[in-house]
Structures are given as structure tokens and as C-alpha cells.
Ligand binder design. Structure first.
Ligand code: PGA
Length: 251
């Protein structure tokens, strides 16, 4: 059985004061014991969040990391090994905002994924199609290319120590959610792609759905057989809403 995971991507939100409030809200949540919970604050707040969540079983990750695992001359970047030193255990790789706005392409993301694992971080590989690609019937092609680029370069076994988040770009921050069946279809295709190379890895890997997940739609989404939890943006900035989504992934 795969253990569900619910992760909050705070994106570029927060001040020291609002982060302190959110930490306080998270500390007060009664968390189900059968769900892994994680948050991805802006890097600036990682120390504050790790200190503030001491003793609470919530993992902390970064939204991005350098493509070199060790510290060095790379202005403006943060090395995966530095994130580990700070207490992070996870890192997002290839969020659509980084692919689309920062121009990160598969070749760079392969290096980031490998550097993260080399340092002991668990990469959360984000994949997903744009609205144009969906309307052109290219969803599975796009997602399989994004996952396939990692498999081709690093081997399918790397997914024994990684998570994949399917986040249709048209559903992110728009209030539009993929229907549970639309999401399930893509998740099943990703799992089949992995299974064609290694069925054990495919059965073990957690596939999260992301894109306008809220407490109101989480139960239905998380009820699908290949959806193992969620990557939550906007709704994760409200501790109570985030807590309700976490509970939806439980039992
Ligand atoms: P959203 O973002 O929940 O605000 O749509 C999800 C994400 O981008 O990870």
C-alpha cells in the first residue's frame, strides 16, 4: 500500500509575520497518522519553518534547488546539500511556473533531479500539460515526455526515491480542477509508463495531483486508485483548509 502524501507549495508568498501565523496554525492541526505531510516555503523562510515545526511530523522542502549538489560558485542558487544541512528532506523539480516562466527545460531538470538525489533529498517531479496541449489531445504525450526524460537519462529506478506530481497547467491557481477521472487517467498512464520498465517501482511511487485542490474536492480526487495525495498551492496557505485536505487523504 502506498502511504498518501499531502504537500503545500507556498510559492512566493509570505512575510516573517504571516509565516509565523501559518506555523502556529499548522502546529495546532491534529494530523492523521497515515498521511505524510510536507510544506514547501520560500527558501528565505525554510529555517524559520523548520524551527517552528520542531516536534510536529511535517516535512519541509524547497521549491527549487541548484543543479549542482555541492556548494560552490553559483550566485543566487541554493545547493541541495545546503538544503539538507538546513533540515529539508524534499525539493520540487520542474514546477510548471519554473518551466514556463523561468524557462527550465527537461535537460536542466534532469540535472536538478539527480543533484537532489545525490544529496539525499527526495525530488518531487512536477509534470503537466498546458490548456493548448490538452485541447490538441497531447496530454499523455507531453506528460510521458516529461517523465520519460528522467527515465531515459537516470533510469526508472530513481523513482523508487522520488514522488511525481501531475499538475495540469490550466488547473493551477485558476479554480479549474481536473475531474477525478481526468486526473486518474493521466496518473494511470504515468504508472503504466513506469511499469513498462519496472513494475515494483511503478507500484511504489506516489503520484500526487495538483491544481486547485481544496477541501471541497479533495475526497473525490484522493479516492481515485492512482492518486496518492496532492500538491496544494493556494489552499495550503490556510492551515485549517490545508488540515481538511490532509484529513481527506487519510484512512
Ligand atoms: P493551486 O497550485 O493549488 O493554487 O492551483 C498548485 C501548485 O501549483 O502546486
Amino acid at each position: 500500500m502506498r502511504r498518501p502524501m499531502v504537500a503545500g507549495n507556498w510559492k512566493m508568498h509570505g512575510t516573517r509575520a504571516s509565516v509565523a501565523e501559518l506555523i502556529d496554525g499548522l502546529r495546532h492541526l491534529a494530523l492523521p497518522s497515515d498521511v505524510d505531510v510536507a510544506v514547501f516555503p520560500p527558501s528565505l523562510f525554510i529555517n524559520q519553518v523548520i524551527d517552528g515545526l520542531q516536534g510536529k511530523s511535517i516535512s519541509v522542502g524547497a521549491q527549487n534547488a541548484a543543479m549542482e549538489s555541492m556548494q560552490g560558485a553559483l550566485t543566487g542558487e541554493i545547493a541541495p546539500s545546503q538544503l539538507v544541512d538546513a533540515g529539508c528532506s524534499l525539493v520540487l523539480v520542474g514546477h510548471s511556473e519554473r518551466r514556463q516562466i523561468m524557462g527550465e527545460q527537461d535537460a536542466v531538470l534532469i540535472r536538478k533531479f539527480a543533484a537532489a538525489q545525490a544529496s539525499g533529498l527526495t525530488p518531487v517531479l512536477c509534470v503537466g500539460e498546458t490548456l493548448e496541449e490538452r485541447e490538441a489531445g497531447k496530454t499523455l504525450e507531453v506528460v510521458s515526455r516529461q517523465v520519460g526524460s528522467i527515465i531515459d537519462e537516470l533510469g526508472v529506478e530513481v523513482f523508487a526515491r522520488a514522488v511525481i506530481a501531475y499538475e495540469p497547467v490550466w488547473a493551477i491557481g485558476t479554480g479549474l480542477t481536473a475531474s477525478p477521472q481526468q486526473a486518474q487517467d493521466v496518473h494511470a498512464a504515468i504508472r503504466a509508463q513506469l511499469a513498462a520498465k519496472n513494475s515494483e517501482v511503478a507500484q511504489g511511487v506516489r503520484l500526487l495531483y495538483g491544481g486547485s485542490v481544496k477541501a471541497a474536492n479533495a475526497v473525490e480526487l484522493f479516492g481515485m486508485p492512482d492518486i496518492d495525495g496532492g500538491l496544494i498551492g493556494g489552499a495550503s496557505l490556510n492551515a485549517d483548509e490545508f488540515g481538511a485536505i490532509i484529513r481527506a487523504a487519510g484512512n
